[in-house]
Design a protein around this ligand. Structure first.
Ligand code: HEM
Length: 414
């Protein structure tokens, strides 16, 4: 294991760096960044690598403007200091008015602690391992639906479906008949290019979950996470969390876990098609290489590109003065590719014994679903590669990017 120590002197991009950025990407990514520029979708890791290498604190002029930190040290500095960098102003830049805040993601302690301490036990490894058989059986049912055809569009036929089934069936226990519309609602509610449809699908899932929570609160308890959320938690002032906070927790859990896992699964299957030696290691010695590969895939195919915090006071960050109220994005995808910390960071290597990454976040908001995500990834790779060990990618995959990144299409044949 060889991680490099981190430098503490921050050097701003030079005029040459700026000129080169304009030549390569058609814009100055250091002073005029835009998460929604199509070039960020097309040349995602190149842009992130340039930010990591050359720019401690980048700036975007879109909307109210926001800052971005990508170097590992600075992402940690922000993520580990919730008093200075608050999540209560939401995680997205230029947040539309009226959008409800989602807990535990968009709040600070003590409210955050009240929720996380009750939620954590339901997502721990001991509870999650009981879902393994069901997830593997679902993975095989999906594979059954296309294996004889010799081809599939992997995203819509597998990787966008399995994480939804895993979550809705095992964690929420919703009626099976509702699965398809929920899975579609989460996918389109996160990524639909038609913003009206995106809002409508998000609204549908929001409403469904609110009604489901109500219905469950009136039924005999099943002892699961939904019962816990429906009962609510006690806040510091002695009051019980209002109903809308409980619904927001259910929505946060739902949207946090599905599209994210889709991207890691799809990208790994895409990469393995071109990397037979790695595939062989996974098939021959899964106990050694699966856990390593899962961390490495999460590191390099980071679905949560960047999430933000609001400065609660004037603060110096990476050599730049930020003001109270400024919004700063932590580029988690960058922190995981920082050569100051990860040796040979641009190379995908599933034999790394320790993979230092920030794909699941840093600090108190660190992903609550990481155990479930890892289980889904392992089940997929083992079941898919066992049944379809030889396959090829027949069309260039397509992607969608913003503060999240996902794959839209991946056409495979065998
Ligand atoms: C590969 C899959 C996943 C990745 C890469 C991922 C990534 C992340 C990241 C980076 C954060 C930190 C957010 C922040 O700093 O503001 C986070 C938080 C969270 N994730 Fe995940 N996640 C994944 C899967 C899941 C799953 C399966 C679930 C639920 C079943 C889930 C639910 C959540 C929730 C509720 C939070 C908010 C936690 C808090 O604010 O305390 N995630 N995730």
């Amino acid at each position: 294991m060889a991680y490099k120590s981190q430098e503490t002197v921050f050097t701003a991009p030079t005029q040459e760096d700026v000129d080169e950025s304009i030549r390569k990407y058609g814009r100055d990514i250091y002073n005029d960044f835009d998460l929604d520029d199509p070039v960020f979708n097309d040349r995602n890791s190149e842009i992130i690598d340039d930010l990591v290498e050359k720019c401690p604190v980048a700036h975007s002029k879109t909307g109210n403007g926001y800052y971005l930190v990508s170097q590992n040290k600075l992402v940690r500095e922000v993520g580990q200091d919730w008093r200075t960098f608050s999540a209560a102003g939401g995680y997205m830049p230029n947040r539309p008015d009226g959008l409800p805040y989602l807990f535990p993601e968009e709040c600070d302690p003590p409210l955050h602690t009240a929720w996380r301490s009750e939620l954590n036990p339901f997502m721990g490894p001991g509870v999650i391992k009981d879902y393994d058989a069901q997830i593997r059986s679902d993975a095989n049912a999906l594979i059954d639906s296309f294996i004889d055809k010799g081809e599939c569009e992997f995203v819509s036929q597998f990787s966008a479906v399995l994480p939804g089934w895993a979550f809705f069936k095992n964690v929420l226990g919703v009626p099976i008949a509702d699965l398809d519309k929920l899975v579609d609602g989460v996918e389109s509610g996160t990524f639909s290019p038609d913003l009206e449809e995106r809002g409508a699908k998000f609204g549908f899932v929001f409403q469904y979950l609110g009604e489901y929570l109500k219905q469950r609160s009136e039924e005999p308890p099943r002892g699961d996470m939904v019962d816990m959320i429906a009962a609510g938690v006690t806040y510091d002032d002695g009051t019980t969390s209002p109903w809308e906070d409980r619904v927001s927790v259910l929505v946060d859990m739902t949207f946090g876990g599905i599209a994210t896992t889709t991207y890691v699964i799809s990208s790994a299957i895409n990469w393995l098609a071109e990397n037979p030696e790695a595939k062989k290691l996974l098939l021959d010695d899964p106990d050694t290489y699966m856990p390593r590969a899962i961390e490495e895939f999460a590191r390099v195919f980071a679905p949560v590109v960047a999430l933000g915090r609001t400065c609660t006071k004037d603060v110096e960050l990476g050599g730049r003065d930020l003001k109270k109220g400024d919004f700063v994005m932590m580029v988690y995808a960058g922190a995981s590719r920082d050569p100051r910390v990860v040796e040979d960071a641009k190379t995908i290597d599933i034999t790394r014994e320790t993979v230092l990454h920030s794909a699941f976040g840093v600090g108190i908001h660190r992903c609550i679903g990481s155990n479930l995500a890892r289980l889904e990834l392992r089940a997929t790779f083992e079941e898919f590669l066992k049944r379809i060990p030889e396959y090829r990618v027949v069309e260039e995959p397509t992607y969608v990017s913003g503060y999240l990144r996902s794959m839209r299409t991946l056409k495979l044949a065998w």
